[in-house]
Design a binder for this molecule. Sequence first.
Ligand code: AMP
Ligand code: GLY
Length: 424
Amino acid sequence: MKVLVVGGGGREHAIVYKLSQSPQVDKIYCAPGNAGIAALAECVDIKVMEFEKLVSFAKEKEIDLTVVAPDDPLVAGAVDAFKAEGLRVFGPEAKAAIIEGSKAFSKDLMKKYNIPSAAYETFDNADDALKYLENAKMPIVLKADGLALGKGVLICNTLEEAKEGVKTIMLDKQFGSAGNKMVIEEFMTGREVSVLLFCDGTNIKAMSSAQDHKRAKDGDQGLNTGGMGNFSPSPFYTEEIKKFCEEKIFKPTMAAMKAEGRDFVGVLFVGLMLTPDGPKVLEYNARFGDPEAQVVLPRLENDIIDVFNACIDGTLDKVDLKFSDEACVCVILASDGYPVKYEKGFKISGLEKFDGKKDYFCFHAGSKFDSEGNIVTNGGRVLGITAKGRDLKEARAKAYEAVEWVDFENKYFRHDIGKAIDEA
Ligand code: AMP
Ligand code: GLY
């Protein structure tokens, strides 16, 4: 069969890698893809928001299945556009992807259906938000309502910082129209765990857990990013916690979306905080995480085509989802200055060192070919250096070993990805 993957980052590279292992797949296209993905798929010069072009391409090439991976096109209705033309597609429709597209929607959903999460208020103007803050307990969390590349969350320690934050989001519109509305939320403490769920609208199958590192700098300092590295599984996601999450969070979320007429088909990403009062939802995403996909998919033992088909056909209950007992660690090589300002276009050397190495993966997040055919940096996050090991410690050691194999000007990475493993 022929498959089209929409997207062009590390997550899409991991999805393409997994698809390339399926005996059912003859040909993979990726739009727009990147220089790493090009080794496994034919990259097509169409942007993720160009729905008409994507749909025409799928028809012209007689694509059997399209996988829409990034948040923007999902929230804007890419899946709806494919379905309207009778094409087979994996991902939630816009009415379900709103669970990621609007923080106010997801918070209201959780409140209505009693799903544990932080206490919150929603605001559509800065004056009311500023008034509310006068009597609020610090630290406090401000969230732009809409999509902001994982950066629209501000954790404020003082009233002054919080007031400044309201200005940033609602008045200066640093995150654009995502800041037309804002959620102000109670600050929670605890360890974070990400769990990705395959969903068919009714049934869910949870993937193995992962832990992300969202801050740009070592020791969880600096700004929030899309994710600077992660590991899977999380040793803190115990059987007991897993059971609680399945019963009190995952199943109720699926049922809530169904009750609202927004059946969720695709991958639902649940960001959890393991608080002293039990697990609570930090956020939902309507897609595989990036870089969660990079540490979870290499451990998936099923043919991913069978799982995608079961989600689309509503037969996920028949799937026995299996993950290997190994662990996986991913360290992101970024451009220095990410997530604010950074240069790109630098030649990447050493990529060939990954050739033929079992257990090592170099997922490309932001790379492209220059006019001379060299692979150069093309984004804030550049590469996801990933390794599998018998356990987390071995996987981490291997990932940090491989981080040294590649080089480019302004290469930047965190040195403490997986530090929590030592505390387990
Ligand atoms: P989100 O995009 O909503 O997951 O937020 C990004 C990051 O901000 C999370 O991964 C947490 O580290 C942090 N965060 C978000 N909400 C809260 C909260 N209510 N309390 C503490 N930290 C939070
Ligand atoms: N790594 C977090 C995300 O994909 O949103």
